[in-house]
Write a protein that binds this ligand. Structure first.
Ligand SMILES: [Fe+2]
Length: 300
């Protein structure tokens, strides 16, 4: 084998065997609470794409319960197999006893299929399933999570108390396959709540704009996998959605500049914990969960 071939095989082995299982807990502070409020610890998980054989992923996700977060947020793509619901519920374990909210991602509805990953370089996968009937038990997934007490925010509003805070939520169904119906949750976010959180799977600007305009303080999304295969020193090649490459993971503002008399919200995009079984690689983009510590705003 040539030197280039050997290096390529080594990189592929690293991306599929090592980094794909090299989970990290990222921690981030977000100054979004009213003055004087006690910090709120929010565990943001996303994109587990769980199949029953992913024992290291399940062990890492299970270990997150020891953080004892005040609130757990799951922004979708939880399963990648019709038999993954039971392992998922087992994996989440004690986290399901905590206040929690979730929305669906496209991969909760449709089984993963072999595709050429390079196609993401010239197009997104949005719309690929528009004509298809879902073949995964996504409604059962939602019922199981809801039976444990988590709020389904797919095209719904919700409300719960976490820590000392009364939180108003709204979310949309999968925004990657156009199942989002913002009109069903539209309107001013309740100003009497201590905090307003918006949830969506894919961080599509058309939805983010509406959440921000309606006064949601913090928007949480996943889907991008942080680019999944990143070029060191350059970052993500693609985002597979409408967001720009610079905000493909982590914390930013949306819109980035406040419109005149308009509002901006904090946006957190999780790079997620899993991968499609047909693209089982991560490079320069470790699989992650995030512990967001919400603290009081410094102004406003
Ligand atoms: Fe995903």
């Amino acid at each position: 084998m040539s030197i280039a071939g050997t290096a390529g095989a080594a990189a592929l082995g690293y991306a599929t065997v090592i980094e794909r299982n090299w989970f990290v807990l990222r921690e981030q502070q977000v100054p979004v609470l009213p003055r004087g409020a006690a910090p709120l610890r929010v565990l943001h998980i996303s994109d587990l794409h769980l199949t029953p054989g992913r024992h290291r992923l399940m062990a890492f996700a299970r270990s997150l319960a020891s953080l004892e977060p005040d609130l757990v947020v799951n922004t979708g793509d939880s399963i990648a197999s019709p038999v993954a619901i039971e392992p998922l519920i087992e994996t989440l374990g004690p986290l399901l006893e905590r206040p929690g909210v979730f929305v669906y991602g496209s991969n909760d509805l449709y089984s993963p299929k072999p595709k050429n990953p390079a196609r993401y370089l010239w197009r997104t996968s949005a719309g690929e399933h528009e004509q298809d009937e879902p073949d995964l038990p996504w409604e059962k997934l939602g019922e199981e999570l809801a039976a444990k007490g988590w709020l389904d925010l797919s095209n719904r509003r919700g409300r719960l108390v976490a820590g000392d805070l009364d939180i108003a939520f709204a979310g949309v169904h999968d925004s990657h396959t156009y199942r989002d119906r913002y009109d069903q949750v539209a309107g001013e976010a309740d100003p009497s709540a201590d905090l307003r959180i918006g949830l969506l799977h894919s961080p599509e600007p058309r939805v983010l704009d509406q959440f921000a305009a309606d006064g949601y303080d913090l928007l949480l999304a996943g889907h991008t996998h942080g680019g999944q295969l990143r070029v060191p020193g350059f970052g993500a090649l693609v985002t597979n959605c409408g967001i720009d490459r610079g905000r493909v993971r982590g914390l930013s503002m949306h819109p980035q500049a406040a419109p005149p008399d308009g509002r901006t919200a904090w946006l957190h995009v999780s790079a997620g914990l899993g991968t499609s079984p047909w693209a089982p690689a991560r490079f320069a983009c470790r699989p992650e969960a995030t512990l967001l510590t919400l603290v009081p705003r410094t102004s406003r």
